[in-house]
Design a binder for this molecule. Structure first.
Ligand code: 8YV
Length: 311
């Protein structure tokens, strides 16, 4: 019989198909009675499959005494309580690298959409306003500074792309790296120096509300905030205030604090470009992510080395 695996998120068919060949899937996310499912299956569950944005609370993991592995369908594992997993000897895997290019492309798209006001321009054209006069001028990228928070794999791919657009690159992270970009040892220095502040760091408690009113004030009235990482990194209330008061020019967001819910104040804001967390959302990348997510579970249950282990 196949090892029982609990599904904590809605997962695509091209993941579930191959997963069902190596595991018996129990859909916790869609279960009408989660308590009954846990009472019935909890002690047998050996694996978890979840998405990047989903959460595996300790209280749930406590009810799975035979759990061995959590496989995240995403690179971000901020929904996994890592210290608890470490202490219990649970394995955790994610899907790095395969999504780097698509997420970086999404960041560049948001930079272009905000700087050139492409969303507004598209709405303008569709509404037939062009016949009454031209769309207002926007802002160029050449010579502007992109400040990247978190120069990891995705941050570097964003830096590479934006350099090709003629932008200066600065970054902030835990430590300087052997790269040609300018390191800023504080977030407010980075924000002050940046025209576009780009969030590309992990989510979780350590980075919660890193982008607060003070950082947004340092970014200033000609600044733009871009977030392709996690909604939790940005204090959304402060962001809305900054946009409303004009102390920030614009924002390009693929992630939100309480997604899929987006605050009304952002929905109605002309200078906010909003995407529904689609950074890695291409056929090619999601299939590659699914292969890793299932491959890690399959490898574990076959007693083979994990493909992409976090711990
Ligand atoms: C996905 C993500 O949206 O990789 C991540 O951390 O947030 C995204 O790639 C998600 O994991 C797929 O549902």
């Amino acid at each position: 019989s196949l090892p029982p695996v609990l599904l904590l998120a809605p997962l695509p068919d091209f993941l579930l198909g191959p997963l069902r060949e190596v595991a018996a899937c129990h859909d916790y996310f869609h279960a009408p009675d989660k308590t009954a499912l846990l009472a019935h299956m909890g002690k047998d569950i050996r694996g978890i499959a979840m998405a990047g944005g989903s959460v595996a609370p300790v209280e749930l993991l406590e009810q799975l005494p035979n759990l061995e592995i959590l496989s995240v369908f995403g690179v971000g594992y901020d929904g996994v309580p890592l210290p608890y997993c470490q202490q219990r000897g649970l394995q955790v895997t994610n899907t790095p690298d395969v999504l780097t290019d698509d997420v970086a492309d999404t960041a560049v798209a948001l930079v272009l959409m905000t700087s050139r006001r492409l969303g507004e321009a598209e709405r303008f054209a569709r509404a037939g306003h062009w016949t009454r006069g031209p769309f207002p001028l926007a802002y160029a990228l050449r010579g502007k500074t992109a400040g990247i928070i978190g120069l990891g794999r995705i941050g570097k791919a964003i830096a590479h792309r934006l350099s090709a657009h003629g932008m200066e690159i600065a970054y902030h992270g835990r430590k300087p790296q052997a790269v040609d970009y300018r390191y800023c040892d504080s977030l407010s220095t980075l924000a002050k120096t940046s025209d576009f502040l780009i969030v590309a760091c992990p989510g979780g408690t350590e980075t919660r509300h890193l982008i607060n009113a003070e950082v947004l004030a340092a970014l200033g009235p000609s600044g733009t905030l871009i977030n392709i990482a996690r909604g939790s990194v940005v204090d959304e209330a402060s962001l809305i205030e900054a946009l409303d008061s004009g102390s920030l020019r614009s924002a390009g967001l693929d992630v939100f604090e309480h997604e899929p819910n987006i605050p009304e104040a952002l929905l109605r804001h002309e200078r906010a470009v909003l995407l529904p967390h689609l950074g890695s959302g291409t056929h090619e990348t999601r299939v590659a992510m699914a292969r890793l997510c299932v491959g890690n579970l399959a490898a574990h249950f076959a007693g083979q080395p994990l493909l992409t282990a976090v711990i």
